[in-house]
Ligand binder design. Sequence first.
Ligand code: ZN
Length: 156
Amino acid sequence: MPDQKTLSTITTLDTPPSAWRSVLSTEGYRVMVDEGTEPAFSSALDTEKRDGTFVCAACFLPLFESASKFDSGTGWPSFFGPIEGRVETKQDFKSVLPRTEYHCVRCGGHLGHVFPDGPQPTGQRYCNNGVALRFVPDSEPLPGPRDPSGNDVTTS
Ligand SMILES: [Zn+2]
């Protein structure tokens, strides 16, 4: 299996939303599939400070390195940038002012919003729902890709 962290080509999943229901918590499904937002300060990952990798809670794609995490004071895990090529953005018109939503490039799961008021080196603030992430400390192996629709995603 290729190293999940350095993987350069990512096969997009077309897992039906209903399949994610079987592997995500109710809150995880509400955030990642229905594009909801968890309450501030509700995730233990907000204060996670160990060295490691934050992977997508749905498909386990590595999304953020702990080195890019910072304390934004907002109550949501915040990063100045994702691992290159791991998230995609789109405009979200749900609130009065349009915001930039971002999601996992592999499974399409909603992660959070990005704002242009982050620290250097990028000046960006990726405000991520903790329930949409899973933290893997450096002492543990990264999980392989997950697709609950049962397709083998390791060989394509
Ligand atoms: Zn994903």
